[in-house]
Design a protein around this ligand. Sequence first.
Ligand code: V4E
Length: 240
Amino acid sequence: MSVEVERKFVCNAETVRTLEEIGAVCVGQHQFHDQYFDTPQFHLTLRDTWLRKRKGCWELKCPTSASGTEENKAAALCSRYKEITNLPEILLRVKEVLRVKEVLRVKEVLRVKEVLRDVGEDGETETSPQDHQSYQSHQSWLDQMNLVCFAEFTTERRSFSLQEEGVQVDLDQADFGYHVGEIEVLVPEGGDVQSALEKIERTAGKLGLTGDQRVEGKMHVYLQRNHPEHYARLLSAHVL
Ligand code: V4E
């Protein structure tokens, strides 16, 4: 598990040239399709927990607690989320957030437990790569936890690396007409978040970013445009 620390920024026609001038190297361009899942009552996203399927793999982004020493201006412009890519861990975390015992009827709980046991959540069952693959594509647990897709879009991403800083800069163009940049550093769990924030601030300075407002992410704009009720719930819960 790692923590992704990132700052979003508004990019423009000059951004690629500026990246090249500061020594960033383009490390690739690719397209991916994201599907995001939640209950119809928004149980996950109201807890700032984001379950998605990208390129056939499940990923969960969930909050990480700030240490308290990072609450300065640079930190305020950044977000930090734990990224979980191991499916049994994802199911465990989703189950915790949904408080399955309270939300589902007894019969449904038993079925969820069975699924979690099968994917090795209790650590007793070994899963082979084939099993893992089949659970990645087997979606019955979505039904059992009442999870439905609430957002899907495709992103064209160009990625740049600033090797000496260990920083990646992504320039994203979403298919619903929104363009956003991200400066990001991956920190191993328990690693130095303060140092990641400093690297991001130095990079932002080199890119000439002067704004002191948080820039909206793709999901923010997607929900605002497509699901105003969901958007309003997240705004009033201060998730977005
Ligand atoms: C964490 C989150 C969401 C999940 C999508 O995260 P995001 O980093 O925006 O997407 P993407 O495609 O860049 O993922 P990556 O490839 O970097 O893993 S949707 C909303 N949030 C919360 C959130 C927030 N509150 N504020 C900001 C600035 N970003 C995200």
